[in-house]
Ligand binder design. Structure first.
Ligand SMILES: [Zn+2]
Ligand SMILES: [Zn+2]
Length: 251
């Protein structure tokens, strides 16, 4: 952190003895350097440079020492953040092609998901200690995928009314004059690619739904296209895949 732009350079370079502090302030931001066994740099918008007594363990028994309040608070509250980050790390949304702001979005999305999971567990009337984040996420995903009418009211209803209802059968794309085995780009793969990378997907298929006149991959996309309102949401599709793995494992 010490090489970040606009930090007070002279403060960073300043040599301190053990237990000494130095600090600078700019508006609501406070920058503090404290030497414990090594240099510790912190920034805060809610602290000042006050010291507070703490009892520390030492070879000769408990000892009272003074530490900056900002360090005490950091040590007190960081475990919650570490714990949250750890939970999130189990379900990484790592996609190499993703733009940074989409990574950012998914990270914040996961932070909100984990927070609501924790609140859900705390406030639920029927306590379910065994509820796991994975199952919570799968439920959340199905709810988001199936009940987002308000979002799609303007652009998707006529399309989805046909798509999600009625009878749909998979058939081979019929031959044309120029091609005996024509292939077309899968609609689901194309939408997913368009919305995650900005480029049109190129995954081709020889199959299509004849009632929708829509090319679709046989394995996953045909089912997703006819069952999910927002079939292009890649994370929902990923959840859906996980759900089918779970269902298969639990049999
Ligand atoms: Zn169809
Ligand atoms: Zn596909």
């Amino acid at each position: 952190m010490s090489n970040r732009k606009n930090l007070p350079k002279d403060l960073i370079k300043q040599k301190l003895l053990k237990g000494e502090i130095t600090f600078a302030r700019c508006g609501p931001q406070m920058f503090l350097k404290w030497k414990d066994t090594r240099d510790v740099l912190v920034m805060s918008t809610v602290h000042n440079a006050d010291l507070a007594p703490v009892t520390v363990r030492s070879k000769v028994g408990p000892l009272e020492k003074f530490k900056p309040q900002v360090i005490i608070d950091y040590n007190k509250y960081k475990t919650g953040v570490d714990h949250g980050d750890q939970i999130i790390a189990y379900y990484p949304f790592n996609r190499k092609t993703m733009k940074w702001w989409k990574k950012m979005f998914f990270h914040l999305f996961m932070v909100s998901t984990v927070n609501s999971f924790i609140l859900h567990k705390k406030t639920k009337k029927v306590k379910n200690e065994n509820l796991r984040l994975r199952n919570f996420m799968i439920n959340l995903a199905s709810q988001l995928a199936n009940q987002s009418d308000s979002y799609s009211r303007f652009n998707e209803v006529s399309d989805s009314e046909n798509r999600l209802k009625g009878r749909h059968f998979i058939s081979k794309i019929p031959p044309t004059l120029s091609k005996a085995h024509p292939r077309r780009v899968c609609k689901v793969c194309a939408e997913k690619a368009k919305r995650s990378t900005g480029n049109r997907g190129r995954k081709e298929t020889s199959y299509y739904c004849s009632s929708c006149n829509t090319p679709l991959c046989v394995d996953e996309c045909f089912e997703i296209y006819h069952t999910k309102q927002n079939y292009w949401m890649i994370f929902l599709v990923a959840f859906q895949r996980e759900l089918s793995v779970l269902e298969r494992d639990s049999k």
